[in-house]
Design a protein around this ligand. Structure first.
Ligand SMILES: NC(=O)c1ccc[n+]([C@@H]2O[C@H](COP(=O)([O-])OP(=O)(O)OC[C@H]3O[C@@H](n4cnc5c(N)ncnc54)[C@H](O)[C@@H]3O)[C@@H](O)[C@H]2O)c1
Length: 434
């Protein structure tokens, strides 16, 4: 009898991708260039756009939909047409920084309802170790009345794509795969090998694959937190952190991390999943939580530094106007969710500062919906300070002259350069960076 992999490549079986966001859509389209794919998402408006070859997240272009054997649907019952399901729905945290598994468990339920004997389910959402086997598989079993391992197979393959990164892409990043048993692992690995040029890494268990993903982002978070803490210390010593890092970086084993605002739905979120699960094992992580604490406070910290500088310049805070350039959670993307720039803006506003925000990538309507204020169409000229909060490509080549034009009384203003882009270019205006 043909394996699921053989059925997929012979187009005798269909692969579904459940959740067509930053992760799901590129995977669905990559598979659809090789095998038959069904893309499922609960958001009808998004499904409609994808049907018209538009990526709601504006990451992919219509060309990326070309030569794809794919149907898009928002009807959960359609999932029954597929035999190999990949689940890539969001795994956010709630307002108490606890895992919010609702989208994942609901998507799992949708798959469980249509699951057939011989089917495969692979989870890609970032989760804590144990989530696939302890939280998701029981739902699949309950909804389908089938037994994992015997009647259907499951696996976990974390997604490592980096939005906005045109070098490290889905097909060029090694993909970690895992499965409930050897047969599952083999079929899952071979299926992913269809689209991953860099190859796959067969993890020894589902928990190992889950843990690997969560620590990749936790490690990054903790390392950035260290840089942020160093920048607080060096600020007091009146040393530029970026200059220090450049000097230290000449040593072969000094790791290249930089201070900054850690937002988005990966690095600032995933460590909380590990913290949560670790507490179940009666260990209360100190280092990971400290990293989160430091990184989560940097937006407020930057705002306070600016307010101090405004006061030192003799400004009446209630009459100051600040331009914040960049609201997205990182450079060169349009995603504004969990942007820590919003902390900076809200903290400035809490002091009575009036703030204009611009961003060449973000959508003003989305910003208003998420944060309660729109973007300004074009920045004015009479600001007391400018904050460059995100390292967007169009900001890279700005000169001191460009900032002077935006500042009141030319030159008598402040530039807060969160990412240290302009540190060697600014000679006259008051300058501060992390
Ligand atoms: N965005 C990234 O760069 C990235 C990178 C690596 C891993 N991840 C992880 O991948 C997962 C997905 O993230 P994302 O950024 O693609 O999310 P996203 O918010 O861009 O997209 C998720 C999609 O899932 C849909 N959805 C929500 N609930 C659903 C349900 N019950 N059934 C079907 N569809 C549903 C949403 O409508 C949306 O279209 C998360 O676990 C995330 O941590 C994301």
């Amino acid at each position: 009898m043909n394996t699921i992999y053989e059925k997929l490549i012979n187009k005798e079986a269909t692969l579904s991708v459940v959740g067509l966001g930053y992760v799901g859509l590129p995977i669905a389209l990559a598979f659809a260039k090789k095998i038959r794919v069904l893309g499922f998402d609960i958001r009808e408006d998004r499904v409609e756009m994808m049907g018209r070859h538009q990526d709601p997240n504006r990451e992919l272009v219509p060309e990326d939909f070309r030569d794809c054997d794919i149907d898009f649907t928002s009807r959960p019952e359609d999932l029954g047409k597929a035999s190999f399901h990949i689940v890539g729905v969001p795994t956010p945290i709630d307002q108490h920084n606890l895992p919010d598994l609702r989208p994942l468990l609901s998507a799992t339920k949708s798959v469980g309802k249509v699951l057939k004997r011989g089917d495969y389910v692979v989870f890609e959402s970032t989760v804590y170790p144990g989530c696939t086997e302890e939280d998701c598989i029981p739902i699949l079993e309950r909804e389908s009345g089938l037994k994992a391992g015997k009647d259907f197979k499951a696996g976990y393959s974390p997604e490592r794509i980096n939005p906005g990164d045109k070098v490290n892409t889905l097909s060029t990043i090694t993909k970690v795969v895992s499965g409930t048993d050897d047969e599952a692992l083999d079929n899952i690995a071979r299926t992913y090998e269809l689209i991953i040029k860099a190859g796959v890494y067969r993890a020894p268990s589902i928990k190992v694959a889950e843990a690997a993903k969560i620590i990749e982002n936790t490690q990054r978070d903790v390392n950035i937190a260290l840089m942020n803490e160093l920048s607080i210390i060096f600020n007091r010593m009146d040393i530029n952190t970026y200059d220090v890092l450049r000097a230290a970086g000449t040593k072969w084993n000094f790791l290249q991390f930089y201070p900054g605002l850690v937002g988005g739905h990966c690095i600032g979120v995933d460590p909380y999943y590990l913290v949560y699960k670790s507490k179940e094992y009666r260990y209360h992580p100190q280092v990971i939580n400290s990293g989160r604490f430091v990184n989560d406070s940097m937006g407020f910290y930057a705002a306070k530094q600016l307010v101090k500088k405004l006061i030192a310049a003799g400004k009446n805070i209630l009459q100051t106007k600040v331009l914040v350039m960049g609201i997205t959670f990182k450079e060169n993307v349009s995603d504004i969710r969990n942007s820590r720039v919003s902390d900076l803006v809200s903290e400035l506003k809490s002091y009575g500062v009036s703030v204009d925000v611009t961003d060449p990538y973000a959508d003003s309507g989305e910003v208003e919906e998420e944060y309660g204020y729109p973007l300004v169409e074009s920045a004015g000229k009479n600001y007391d300070a400018v904050v460059v909060a995100v390292n967007h490509a169009p900001y890279q080549d700005l000169t001191e002259e460009d900032f002077k034009e935006k500042l009141k009384d030319r030159g008598r203003g402040i530039l807060i350069d969160i990412k240290g882009i302009y540190r060697s270019k600014i000679k006259e205006i008051t300058y501060w960076s992390f």
